[in-house]
Design a protein. Structure first.
Length: 349
């Protein structure tokens, strides 16, 4: 019995599994809880995330993928095997598998992704596609046409910015910075300004609740992203760095926007650099058709308006930006022969 073809977006913060014809069937945090003694897996995905910051000394929660690169091959393989068993609960023959990777990985790093996928159950050789290609296909950009298409992928550990035309990359920039760096910036800022230690989960929740990339603009407000005023407040609970005791403070959208300024500016600068390196004819196409903003970071309140203000380009967020890369990977897998020209050449890995 043939196994189902499987496309996987192996992200730093989240791993998404896509089956052609069925869509996204699994979305789990890229986390594994291990015993510190023998390294035995205790929990994977959402269950491991619930343990984050709450484990005893005998258990540690690890991220096997760091900034888009596999940091622990064995743990990553176990994580993938567990997730695939959730999708294919019965024994299944090795299916065709396609993995999403960031651009700019070395052959060794690309081979590590292949090995993890093959050891978890994928048919050899596992195919690879770069994140910006998958994202562009996922939002329906005509990357094979003689027309400039621009995509920004703001993932958990990496940001990819690329201009595509005729099935190739014209200009590209890859940053080892993503949504998790936004969380870290909030942790550092609260520690510096308020002397309060926050956990990773608290910082992420704060980013989602009151995070902002630009001042509130009523005329550009959206129901889900930038309709909250700058004085919108949220409660923060953490540990006082002086007394060591729990303490609660109030913060606002304006304060968290200040905390996020450095990583947001880095993303804006990367987009500007790619636009600056784009030939005039293709730049005119992008001005006409806009820039596709994808990835979980696209949901940061006001980021689309901030990019539009600073680049002068129309910014589009189509559908669910969280699943754009996985949808594009699934499209590649469903039309593998037609998409071979945009896949990573793995013949020498």
């Amino acid at each position: 019995m043939e196994g189902r073809d499987t496309a996987i977006d192996l992200g730093t913060s989240t791993t998404t599994v896509f089956l052609p014809g069925r869509g996204v069937v699994l979305e789990e945090p890229s986390l594994v809880a291990l015993t510190t003694g023998d390294g035995r897996p205790v929990a994977v995905g959402g269950e491991a995330r619930r343990m984050l910051g709450r484990t005893p000394a005998s258990i540690e929660v690890v991220r096997p993928v760091q900034q888009g690169v596999i940091a622990d091959l064995d743990v990553c393989t176990r994580m993938l095997r567990f997730m695939l068993l959730q999708v294919h609960p019965r024994r299944w023959s090795r299916p065709r598998m396609l993995m999403v990777v960031p651009s700019g990985l070395s052959p060794v790093e690309q081979r590590a992704v292949q090995e993890a996928a093959e050891e978890s159950g994928g048919r050899r050789p596992v195919q690879l596609v770069e994140a910006h290609i998958a994202a562009a296909l996922g939002v329906g950009l005509p990357i094979h046409d003689a027309r400039g298409s621009m995509v920004v992928v703001l993932g958990g550990g990496r940001t990819e910015v690329a201009v595509l035309s005729l099935g190739g990359v014209v200009a590209r920039r890859s940053l080892r910075l993503g949504g998790m760096d936004f969380d870290e910036a909030i942790v550092d800022w609260v520690k510096k300004e308020h002397g309060l230690a926050l956990g990773e989960r608290t910082a992420e929740e704060l980013k989602i609740q009151v995070g902002s990339a630009g001042p509130a603009r009523p005329e550009a407000a959206r129901a889900t992203r930038d309709d909250r005023p700058d004085d919108y407040e949220a409660e923060i609970r953490g540990r006082d760095l002086v007394t060591g005791l729990p303490r609660t403070i109030m913060t606002s959208t304006a304060e968290i926007r200040e905390a996020l300024e450095r990583p947001v500016t880095a993303v804006v600068d990367a987009v500007k650099e790619v636009v600056d390196a784009t030939p005039p004819e293709l730049a005119a196409d992008i001005m006409e058709h806009g820039v596709a903003l994808t990835g979980g970071g696209a949901l940061l309140r006001g980021l689309d308006q901030r990019l539009a203000d600073e680049t002068g380009l129309p910014i589009m967020i189509n559908g669910n930006p969280l699943h754009a890369v996985a949808r594009g990977a699934g499209h590649c897998l469903a039309h593998l022969d037609a998409c071979r020209g945009v896949l990573v050449d793995t013949s020498e890995l």
